[in-house]
Structure formats: structure tokens, C-alpha cells
Design a protein around this ligand. Structure first.
Ligand code: TYD
Length: 142
């Protein structure tokens, strides 16, 4: 069984922000600010309003940061579902392996940045929810 701690909703990770009269610089280093190395960066812009995500990864760690605008991030570990509002460039959510994620309710100006622990690998994706539940249940020994 997963521990109670595993079921605790994750809190947003505060990022190192350097604010002065000129503006704010946010710095993120893999393995210093995050519990994983950064192997890949991608960002999503020009969002139409249609929800995205609808997958989990078997091995990938990611930090998701809304560097502009806002969105709703729904994370499901197969036991519980938690919703997070990403609306600050100095807060990110660490989305872990075997967490199903959906992103919705993008503001028109939303820029969603992702820092990922590995190169793109389609074989690492679980894009079918029943398969996700079956794999996560087997992993949890239930
Ligand atoms: P997709 O998985 O549909 O995005 P989302 O998780 O937001 O629903 O990815 C869109 C396209 O981008 C798809 O053809 C795969 C491609 N892609 C890459 O080539 N490299 C990447 O690092 C990522 C994340 C996606």
C-alpha cells in the first residue's frame, strides 16, 4: 500500500526569485533546485483553451511552471486526484512518474514551461487511462 505521505497533495515548489526594481529573475538548476537533472526543456504557448496532457510517464520527472498567465493542473496518482492552480512564475509543480496529468483552463496569455529529466521518449508515455490504472495498481501491489 502507498504510505499516507504518498497521498498528501503535493505543494507547489518555491523557486529562487531575484526581484529588484528592474523586474524578477527566476533561476532553476537541475539537482540543486530540483531532485532531478534537467535534460530537456519545452514550453507550450498559443493555447486554444482545449485541455492537454491526458497521460502519465513511467520514468519521467518534470517541473511545470506557468511563467505567464495561469492554468489548472490536475494530478492523479491512481488513488487520489489533486488540482493545482499555476499562476506564478516563481512556483512550480514537480510531476512525478506514474502521475496522470491534465492541464485545463488556460488563460489567453498562458506560457507553460516544462523542465524534464530525460529526452523525449514516446515509449515512456502511458496515454490510455485504464492502462495507467492497471500499471499503477500493479506497482502499488494492490
Ligand atoms: P503532446 O504529448 O500531445 O502534448 P501534451 O502533453 O501537452 O498533450 O505533444 C504534442 C506533440 O509534441 C507530439 O507530437 C509530441 C511532440 N513532442 C516532442 O516532439 N517533444 C517533446 O519534448 C514533447 C513534450 C512533445
Amino acid at each position: 500500500m502507498p504510505s499516507l505521505q504518498d497521498r498528501t497533495p503535493q505543494s507547489l515548489l518555491p523557486l529562487r526569485a531575484f526581484a529588484d526594481a528592474r523586474g524578477t529573475l527566476v533561476a532553476i538548476e537541475g539537482e540543486r533546485d530540483l531532485p532531478f537533472p534537467i535534460a530537456r526543456v519545452y514550453y507550450i504557448v498559443g493555447l486554444s483553451g482545449e485541455a492537454r496532457g491526458f497521460h502519465a510517464h513511467r520514468a519521467l520527472d518534470q517541473l511545470l511552471v506557468c511563467v505567464a498567465g495561469s492554468c489548472r493542473l490536475i494530478v492523479d496518482d491512481g488513488i487520489a486526484t489533486h488540482e493545482h492552480i499555476l499562476d506564478r512564475p516563481d512556483r512550480g509543480l514537480h510531476v512525478k512518474p506514474y502521475q496522470w496529468r491534465e492541464m485545463r483552463d488556460f488563460s489567453a496569455d498562458c506560457v507553460l514551461l516544462a523542465l524534464a529529466s530525460a529526452a523525449y521518449n514516446e515509449a515512456d508515455y502511458i496515454r490510455d487511462y485504464p492502462t495507467f490504472l492497471a500499471e499503477v495498481t500493479a506497482r502499488n501491489g494492490r
